[in-house]
Design a protein around this ligand. Structure first.
Ligand code: ARG
Ligand code: ZN
Length: 876
């Protein structure tokens, strides 16, 4: 069944109140839902009430407290239809269902993870709890009663404020919660069990005290300290930057170990994958700390962008996700280094979203049709959605953007809103017409922009010609030209910025060039010598630029740009041609030559003490193998790409050996570990140097020593990665892997790193290793983090291992997807997207990949989730 945006209409019945009573039991939980409805004005009395269900068993149905005549309703596992309902006055429906949390392996609805009852209702999980109008535009006020065994479940939590509780018969107790804020069902949450807690308070800008609680497994409380700190900083930041204050007396976070996604913004009761809560220096890397900070902020920020203002329907998902990602990006940029954060965002966008946008799964930021909404929690909706919000800020400028946000909060508080509502606020606040810009929401595909310049010394003018092309994507053969805001600078010979006036060709505001036609030439006057053009500064638009700048010009940008992002981009632009050339050389068995200006620019940045270490580390991290594959575009050979890239790395390692020794020494000094950006940057630079040194010395000795000396997880995991990836068969690697397993055998989250490091060892042999690791007692096929750490990282992040020539890894992967699908369709469908770029591979591999996809497609009991993805990937 396909759902279309154009078919949206409001419900026939309005839901006034929701009262839920849960009698918790691991296998036989009873849910009583008392729902008060009235018929919407103008809806004919003959129209029945149709409620959503999923895999439900109903044990009783009352109408105004009296058992309902079976002739008046039809109940199936996935819907409940009730006829002959009052024309206008309110009525009460009481539904009792029985569910089995223990058997809920999909992790949607109410399930049990490690003895903890918890829920995940977004997008359509609530209908697995009770029959309900389970859609985001049905907002209601909820009262929740929870009854459970007292010993096993001292803790009974739900949304809103705690009303009270007491004993309840033999060995049981109950608790009642009330959430005064009307909300859709996807924001409902319940948690019960026995957990430890970390408590704190936050005083809001209007002086209200909010209790903060983070619940984790007993004994893990100290590892929640950083998450608590990040939460308080998020609350403060949202007040200062967006003027948003928290609105309940209590804010709770619960960490669970089995979770399909990162976390969930349930009103007042966020539920988290414990990977994004728990951290200490011994077990968490700098990346883990940064992720925790970002995700804690993201879920907290949803309280306004998502909860107070929610989505009218699931097509509007980017309304809350794109905006909230934008907000968490800005938060992290303020907490850390803005430039380094931007580089990381763009790397992520290019490696995850660009391939999605260029392949069979491409869809608009706001899709207009779906078969399974779970498959639309994508990097396009999230990350490109965030970029679209960022472009609005760029086009409007900070002041008008703020006015637009304020208007959005004021106008739509309490609404289930649309993308149109959102854009209209910025138009009204700024007086600007954003109708062409809005194509970013409806047209899929990454725009390609071809750039050329010509300089006229006599007229002292510079012409900048731009052509835009948005590639065809599934369901969208032709595209309209987009409004692309391109931030730019004209750099003079001495590195200073030229302020020139645009005399013709289009609109330029400040340092932003507004490309709006298919082809446009901007002419600047008063340009007395040929400048170097730095275009798409700060990655102001999520596009691919085709701009053949000379290595001298790129080196000039790498040396002089005031915008650090653009300096990094210039290095990347210099590196990519070397890397693609190296790949073709490697394919032919030729020697690989590395552009000298790339070497000197890179080493100059690495040595530049005036630059922050984190930035220098980014410059030393070359484009990834998948970046290179994308630059090549078709008939790609992952082995050649890998070999070519390794050869370039080796050349850099040789050329910079002395410098890397010095860097490694200076930044190894043992100061006490702090998880801040500054410390993380020093470790990143040190470990980048260690990687190069290990290459130039071609020996595991240094990494092995670094492993032995490491006093924090970042250094430890980096040393282990270098050992395993560069020297997989060495005795040093075997010893370190065994040591790591023995040291962290009881910590599942740390073992995930052990799985991942091994799953991403380049080369054919890794498939065997993975099959052996799956038999390890540490592996648990029912735990999404474990599956992602082993099978997921293999498929997504091991190009040579996954794409081995004989196709065996694809077949292994197909059987995994089919097996996982039986238990957890969402997880299986997500894994399967790893094959989305199969058509870019050289024909032999492409054929094997297609065979594997066909095996999946002919699976006998495919979930809707996997069916949707496999059909789209195969159709191309
Ligand atoms: N809204 C959550 C977040 O981004 C993600 C939940 C997605 N859940 C799902 N079942 N698809 O913070
Ligand atoms: Zn979100």
């Amino acid at each position: 069944r396909t759902i279309h945006l154009a078919d949206y209409r409001p419900t026939d019945f309005v839901l006034e109140r929701v009262d839920l009573t849960f009698e918790l039991d691991p296998t036989e939980t009873k849910v009583e839902a008392r729902l008060i409805f009235h018929r919407r004005e103008g809806v004919a009395p003959s129209v029945p009430l149709v409620l959503d269900g999923d895999d439900l068993t109903m044990t009783s149905l009352l109408f105004d407290q009296i058992e309902m005549d079976p002739a008046r309703y039809t109940a199936t596992a996935d819907s409940l239809t009730i006829r002959d309902l009052p024309a206008s006055e309110p009525f009460e429906i009481t539904i009792t269902t029985q569910i089995n949390p223990e058997a809920n392996t999909q992790l949607m609805g109410l399930y049990r993870s490690n003895g903890i009852y918890c829920t995940q209702c977004e997008a359509e999980g609530f209908r697995r709890i009770t029959y309900f109008p389970d859609r985001p535009d049905v907002l209601s006020v909820y009262t929740i009663n929870i009854i459970a065994d007292k010993d096993a479940n001292p803790l009974l939590l739900s949304n809103g404020n705690y009303l009270g509780g007491a004993g309840y018969g033999e060995g049981k107790h109950f608790a009642a919660w009330f959430d005064p804020h009307p909300k859709p069902s996807y924001l409902f949450a319940l948690v019960a069990g026995d957990l430890g807690v970390v408590e704190d308070t936050f005083t809001t800008m209007s002086g209200r005290d909010v209790t903060l609680k983070i619940y984790v497994e007993h004994g893990k409380e100290p590892r929640a300290a950083y998450a608590m700190d990040a939460l308080k900083r998020s609350m403060k930041w949202d007040e200062e930057v967006f003027g948003r204050e928290y609105d309940l007396d209590i804010f709770m976070i619960v960490a669970v170990s089995d979770f399909n996604m990162g976390a969930m913004e349930n009103k007042g009761l966020n539920i988290f994958n414990d990977k994004y809560v728990l951290a200490d220096p011994e077990t968490a890397t700098d990346q883990d700390y940064a992720n925790i900070e970002a995700i804690i902020a993201h879920e907290y920020f949803h309280n306004w962008t998502g909860n107070r203002i929610t989505c009218r329907d699931w097509f509007q998902l980017c309304l809350k996700e794109g905006l909230t990602v934008y907000r968490d990006h800005e938060f992290s940029a303020d907490m850390r280094s803005r430039a380094v954060k931007r580089i990381a965002e763009v790397r992520h966008l290019r490696s995850e979203q660009f391939p999605e946008d260029a392949g069979p799964l491409a869809h608009p930021v706001r899709p207009n049709t779906y078969r399974e909404i779970n498959n639309f929690y994508t990097t396009t909706v999230y990350e490109k959605g965030s970029e679209v919000t960022r472009m609005i800020a760029t086009i409007l400028g900070a002041e008008d953007f703020k006015k637009g946000m304020d208007l959005y909060f004021e106008r739509h508080d309490g609404d289930a809103a649309t993308v149109e509502d959102f854009v209209k606020c910025f138009e009204d606040a700024s007086g600007k017409d954003l109708s062409q810009f809005a194509l970013w929401y409806s047209q899929a595909g990454t725009p390609h922009i071809t750039v050329s310049t010509s300089y006229d010394a006599n007229a002292a003018t510079l012409s900048l010609s731009l052509d835009q092309m948005v590639p065809a994507t599934p369901g969208q053969a032709t595209k309209e030209p987009m409004h692309v805001p391109l931030s730019f600078a004209l750099l003079c010979h001495d590195g200073s910025e030229l302020t020139a006036t645009a005399i013709s060709g289009g609109t330029v505001t400040g340092n932003v060039l507004h490309l709006s036609e298919r082809s446009q030439t901007f002419v600047f006057s008063g340009v007395t010598s040929r400048p170097v053009v730095s275009l798409n500064r700060g990655f102001s638009a999520p596009v691919v630029l085709h701009f053949n700048q000379s290595n001298e010009d790129l080196a000039h940008i790498a040396r002089h740009e005031g915008d650090l992002f653009s300096r990094w981009q210039a290095i990347t632009d210099m590196a990519l041609p070397s890397l693609t050339a190296a790949a073709s050389a490697a394919a032919k068995g030729d020697a690989v030559a590395v552009e000298p200006s790339l070497l000197s620019s890179l080493l100059a940045i690495a040595a530049n003490e005036a630059l922050e270490p984190a930035f220098r580390a980014q410059a030393l991290t070359l484009p990834s193998e998948s970046d290179i594959a994308r630059a090549i575009g078709k008939d790609t050979d992952p082995d050649a790409i890998h070999a070519g890239r390794q050869a370039v790395l080796a050349a850099i390692a040789k050329a910079g050996e002395a410098q890397f020794e010095a860097l490694f020494k200076t930044h190894s000094s043992s100061t006490a570990f702090t998880p801040d950006a500054e410390g993380a940057g020093r470790r990143a630079l040190r470990n980048a140097a260690l990687g190069y040194l290990s290459l130039s010395k071609n020996s595991p000795a240094l990494a092995s020593e670094a492993y032995a000396k490491a006093d924090n997880m970042t250094d430890l995991a980096q040393a282990l990665t270098i050992l395993a990836h560069r020297f997989p068969d060495s005795s040093e690697t075997a010893a370190a892997l065994a040591n790591f397993e023995q040291r962290f055998g009881s910590n599942a989250l740390v073992l995930d790193k052990w799985f991942t490091i091994q799953a991403t060892i380049p080369g054919e042999a890794t498939l065997d290793r993975i099959q052996t690791l799956m038999k390890s007692t540490h592996y648990a096929a029912s735990n999404p983090n474990r599956v992602r750490a082993l099978v997921g990282t293999f498929a997504f992040s091991n190009p040579t291992g996954f794409n081995r020539r004989d196709g065996k890894a694809y077949h292994f992967f197909a059987s995994q997807v089919l097996e996982i699908d039986q238990r957890n369709p969402q997880l299986a469908a997500r894994l399967l997207t790893a094959l989305r770029s199969w058509q870019m591979l050289e024909p032999n591999r492409a054929n094997s990949a297609r065979e594997a996809l066909q095996i999946i497609s002919s699976g006998s009991e495919l979930s809707n989730d996997v069916r949707d993805i496999v059909d789209r990937i195969l159709k191309g």
